[in-house]
Ligand binder design. Sequence first.
Ligand code: IMP
Ligand code: MG
Length: 177
Amino acid sequence: MEYYQQSQLKVLITREEINQAVVRLASEINHDYRGKQLLLIGVLKGAFVFMADLVRQLDLSMEIDFVRLSSYGAAQKSSGKVKVVQPLKTPIKGRHVLVIEDIVDTGITISFLLDYLRRKKPASLKLCALTDKPSRRQVPVSINYLGFTIPDKFIVGYGLDFDEKLRYLPDICFLER
Ligand code: IMP
Ligand code: MG
């Protein structure tokens, strides 16, 4: 708990609020994909906690895979260049694909990924994001399932990192700059 004592770290979304959002999103997804074979694709590393909670609330037949994209590194802003670091091995042609992301900020990362996946001709392609920071958007992104719209703050915890740290916090916190 030492990080909570740091004065620059404040809770933005509590674990209870996160849990309620996960339950709500899962019920929407359960409803929309009923009777379908779903392929969930998590974006590493940030989505790992959210995805782990979400799949355990889903009542669907599904497969799970991950992609890893190049990230910000130590900087708190996007370089604007995205690369697929760990490509997808599962064939997605003709499949119902749902991408799970931690945050849509400028939108550069996720729109790159959605274009990459779309070229592989899935039967359907949708996006589920835990958080959305619309004030920073540079590329339009449509989010089909959204947990929270957040203000322009740099958030950490529940999978999200600052320079690879603080991913393990159970609440979503923000760093006061
Ligand atoms: P975008 O390309 O600007 O939309 O950035 C997307 C990626 O940047 C996310 O998947 C996160 O990994 C990272 N990111 C953006 N904003 C934050 C934040 O507030 N906290 C932690 N990571 C962030
Ligand atoms: Mg991410």
